[in-house]
Design a protein around this ligand. Sequence first.
Ligand code: GLP
Length: 261
Amino acid sequence: MKLIIKNDYNEMSAWTANHIATAINNHKEARPFVLGLPTGSSPIGTYKKLIEMNKAGLVSFKNVVTFNMDEYVGLPREHDQSYWYFMHDNFFNHIDIPAENINILNGMAEDLEAECQRYEEKIASYGGIDLFLGGSGVDGHIAFNEPYTSLSSRTGVRALTEDTLIVNSRFFDNDPNKVPKTALSVGVGTVCDSKQVLLVINGHAKARALRNCVEGGVSHACTISALQMHPDGIIACDEAACGELMVDTYKYFKEIYKDEI
Ligand code: GLP
C-alpha cells in the first residue's frame, strides 16, 4: 500500500486529480477506461480539479465509463441528496463524458437484488474497473460497507449504522430519522477487484480510520483495511488525517513516496 501525504486538502485533491488524469491519458487501448467513483465531501476537491483540467483540454472523459459506488434506497434521482444528483451537480454536468457512459445504482429499482446483480454484470462486461476512487467513513467504511461487512462482499443492499445515519444527517436537516436507512453499495470485493484502488482521506475526523487502515491488521471492523491485500492500493491524505499515525510510520511514508505521481 502507498500512502501519499500532502500538506493540505487542496494539495491532496490536486495530486489525486493529476493521478487520475494521467491514468486516463496513459490508457491507449480502444476500449474505454473504466473509473469507479465515490460521493462525499472528500472527493469534491478532486472533482473540481478534474473539471478544470477537462476545460483546459488536459484530460477528456469521452472514452471513460464510470461506475459509482453507492446510492440511497428510496430517493429519486431528482432528490438533492441522491447520489445521482450529487454526481451530476458536482462532476458529470461539467465534463465531456457521454451520458450513456455513466453508471449509478438505481435505489428506486423494484427488485433491488436484481439491480445489484445487473451492476456487477455490467462492470464485468467492461472487463472490470481500471481505477476505483474512494473515500472513507469516520469508522473506516468504504462505499456503504459498514464495519463487519465481509471483505469479500459483492454489490448488494446494505443497512446503515447509527453512526453513519448521524454523520450523514448533516445533509438531512440534522435529523438522523430523515436519512434513508438502507443503500445499495458495491462490495469490498467489488472495489478490490479493480486494477487500482485510490482512497482520499482528509481531516482530523478520519485520523482513527487512517491509523486502523495503515497500522492495524486487515479487519472487517475497518473495511478500508482490505486495501492492505490489494496489489495496487494507494491512499492520498492530508497532514490532519495523519494525527494518529506513529511518528515512524508517518516519516516512512512521507519520505518514500515524496515524488510519487
Ligand atoms: C458515505 C459514503 C462513502 C463516503 C463517506 C464519507 O458513507 N457512502 O462513500 O466515503 O460517506 O464521506 P465524506 O467524504 O463526506 O466524509
